[in-house]
Write a protein that binds this ligand. Structure first.
Ligand code: PNS
Length: 158
């Protein structure tokens, strides 16, 4: 059984992330979307909120699960006998992803990191951009699924 762990902050998950999930679901027997902690970010949504909104957005897949973890990524991935898969948008992603992949390999040699190139259609979309546009009441309907757009609008008005 081939398992891919797709980790990220997903604050919130975007259509770009979901495009990677769609493609991964065809390549692997099981895909785990792992809501993880990035200590350099201050999230808008809590872990349980993010987990619930992602679950709703991927409920039509029968081989995609959603989990959250606040420890070291390699420990989680090793326990699942899986590989790490990350999405790469632009060159600007490469440096940080390269650094994380090498650090993860140093922590645990058996865990491999693989990359999928983003769909061009979504290469400019990021969670931060979506949050910024939403904070100014801009239209984010083509960037996130409907349930997430609704939750972002609710957060804005609270
Ligand atoms: O979506 P992001 O914020 O770019 O994802 C980064 C994330 C959360 C995958 C990364 O910070 C991570 O792996 N956090 C878990 C803790 C950990 O293992 N840190 C060392 C990574 S080199």
């Amino acid at each position: 059984m081939k398992t891919a762990v797709y980790p990220g902050s997903f604050d919130p998950i975007t259509n770009g992330h979901l495009d990677i999930v769609e493609r991964l679901s065809k390549l692997y027997d099981k895909v785990i979307i792992l809501v993880s902690v990035n200590s350099s970010k201050r999230p808008l949504f809590s872990h349980p909120e993010r987990k619930a909104m992602i679950k709703e957005a991927v409920r039509h897949y029968d081989n995609v699960e959603v989990d959250s973890f606040s420890g070291l990524l390699v420990d989680y991935v090793k326990s699942k006998n899986a590989v790490i898969v990350k999405g790469l948008r632009a060159l600007s992603d490469f440096e940080i992803e390269f650094q994380m992949a090498l650090a993860n390999r140093q922590l645990c040699e058996e865990v491999e990191t693989l990359f999928l190139m983003t769909n061009m259609k979504y290469s400019h979309i990021s969670s931060s951009l979506v949050k910024e546009i939403n904070s100014y009441s801009g239209d984010i309907s083509s960037m996130v699924p409907k349930n997430i757009e609704k939750l972002l609008i609710e957060k804005r008005s609270n």
